[in-house]
Design a protein around this ligand. Structure first.
Ligand code: PXG
Ligand code: PLP
Length: 441
């Protein structure tokens, strides 16, 4: 069903769209009006297969009755409860359920409303943790080139995507960056973790030697970098980062906003790689994207360091009006139930080899210079048009959309990460449409 003429907004100018080419968009808008399962429906009545789980978040697929009903019931029963000094039962219930699936040693949940808020919360907790233990000199933060940690000031300071940083002033001080791990000459067309590049972890030793390891509070990295175009960690890289952190008493934060909640076939990437971070930041798949919600997951070591002093005092001066919002908690509980009941993480794990083969079947298509994948995420990198970087990627995104497939574009990389309810037939359809777009470009 196409959008009723009366429902069409009469003016598109007021809404300043995030991370969007606003003028291009408003000349030829792309609007979804409904969604179900693996598909979106556009305003002109076309079905578009969701090849990117919305923005990497709708892991349970769309329009799931269990989530819809949980939200409806919750909003009618308790719409809001103050987040500070008061709570409601579902916040504790959801925290317990997250800890049930979290890596061993992760025992506490601090709720936020997005990935960006999770990142800035985690960075603040890291610095305050060291201070609570009498190591107030540990204030430095280390991120990585090409890292994406959301858009708040802490996140863009440790982040490493130049356009997200360059026009926003001087950012946080005391931040350093590891080199990124993209080595196309050595690792192009790797399946899963690339063989080369573990030695890049030694950058952390150099940064520790430069500043003094005892001045560094935390290292934050995406176990698999998503936004920058899917960079899978080299074999041994994450293990080595963990070792160097331990050697210098540095906290390790895994930013699992994309990798959390089943994307790699385990609840978290930490479990997929067998590397234990001190904190995990997450969002997106926590509510399958339906209601904004994020969280910082932390070890008891970190949490307990704050639990000192008189009991009437607030231990951490940090939080959001909507931390653990009851409607978001209801959505989260229903989402985790779907993951559990339908075994969606296991399903993702079982489907990953098929997904890998399907993606790599595009290897010889026009313009393809690399294909990367792990779990249920993949990326196809295209040779940039001469003198016009990002144009080919954007055109491929638009052509895919016209052909009935939603993808995610970043520069000249097309990322694919379908909802975890995907069947083999959906993968065939994704690759069929996308391959056709590449061939006809
Ligand atoms: N950390 C990581 C690792 C992320 O991927 C954030 C933090 C920020 O989350 P919020 O909820 O504040 O957006 C993210 C979000 C893309 C894309 O296309 C990626 C994200 C968001 C939107 C688009 O690559 N990642
Ligand atoms: N700005 C003002 C003036 C506020 O009063 C508040 C919260 O009370 C905030 C910002 C922060 O809002 P939030 O808690 O939704 O992050």
């Amino acid at each position: 069903m196409a959008l009723d003429q009366q429902q069409w907004p009469n003016d598109l100018s007021a809404f300043w769209m995030p991370f969007t080419a606003n003028r291009q968009f408003k000349k030829s808008p792309r609007m979804f009006v409904s969604a179900d399962g693996m598909f979106y429906r556009t305003s002109d009545g076309r079905d578009v297969l969701d090849g990117s789980a919305g923005l990497w978040c709708c892991n349970a697929g769309h329009n799931r009755p269990k989530i819809v009903e949980a939200i409806q019931q919750q909003v009618a029963e308790l719409d809001y409860a103050p987040a500070f000094q008061i709570s409601h039962p579902k916040s504790f219930q959801l925290a317990n359920q997250i800890i049930d699936i979290a890596p061993e040693g992760i025992d506490h949940v601090f709720f936020t409303n997005s990935g960006s808020e999770s990142v800035d919360s985690a960075l603040k907790i890291a610095i305050a943790y060291h201070r609570a233990r009498g190591e107030g000199q540990r204030t430095r933060l280390v991120g990585r080139e090409r890292g994406y940690h959301g858009v708040n000031f802490g996140g863009i300071s440790v982040g490493g995507i130049v356009n997200n940083r360059r026009v926003f002033g001087s950012l946080l001080t005391g931040v350093d960056h590891l080199r990124h791990t993209h080595l196309p000459d050595r690792n192009a067309f790797s399946r899963g973790c690339p063989q080369h590049g573990a030695e890049l972890a030694e950058d952390l030793e150099r940064i520790a030697a430069l500043h003094g390891g005892e001045t560094i509070a935390a290292v934050i990295i995406e176990p698999v970098a998503g936004s920058t175009g899917v960079l899978v960690p080299p074999v041994g890289y994450l293990e080595r980062i963990r070792e160097i952190c331990d050697k210098h008493g540095i906290l390790l934060i895994f930013d699992e906003v994309i990798t959390g909640f089943g994307r790699l076939g385990e609840p978290f990437a930490a479990q997929r790689f067998g590397v234990s971070p001190d904190m995990i930041t997450c969002a997106k798949g926590l509510t399958s994207g339906v209601i904004p919600m994020g969280a910082v997951l932390s070890s008891a070591k970190i949490h307990d360091a704050f639990m000192t002093g008189p009991e009437y005092l607030i231990e951490l001066f940090h939080g959001y009006t909507y931390s653990a919002n009851p409607v978001a908690c209801a959505a989260g509980i229903a989402t985790l139930e779907i993951y559990r009941e339908e075994g969606l993480f296991e399903k993702a794990k079982a489907l990953a080899p098929y997904w890998e083969d399907a993606l790599h079947s595009l290897r010889d298509h026009p313009g393809v210079i690399d294909i990367r994948n792990i779990g249920m995420v993949g990326a196809v990198e295209l040779e940039p048009f001469e003198g016009a970087p990002t144009k080919r990627g954007f055109e491929t995104f638009l052509n895919s959309y016209e052909a009935g497939l939603l993808t995610r574009v970043t520069g000249d990389v097309i990322a694919l990460s379908p909802p975890l309810i995907a069947e083999r037939s959906h993968i065939d359809q994704i690759i069929g449409i996308f391959g056709g777009v590449l061939r006809s470009a």
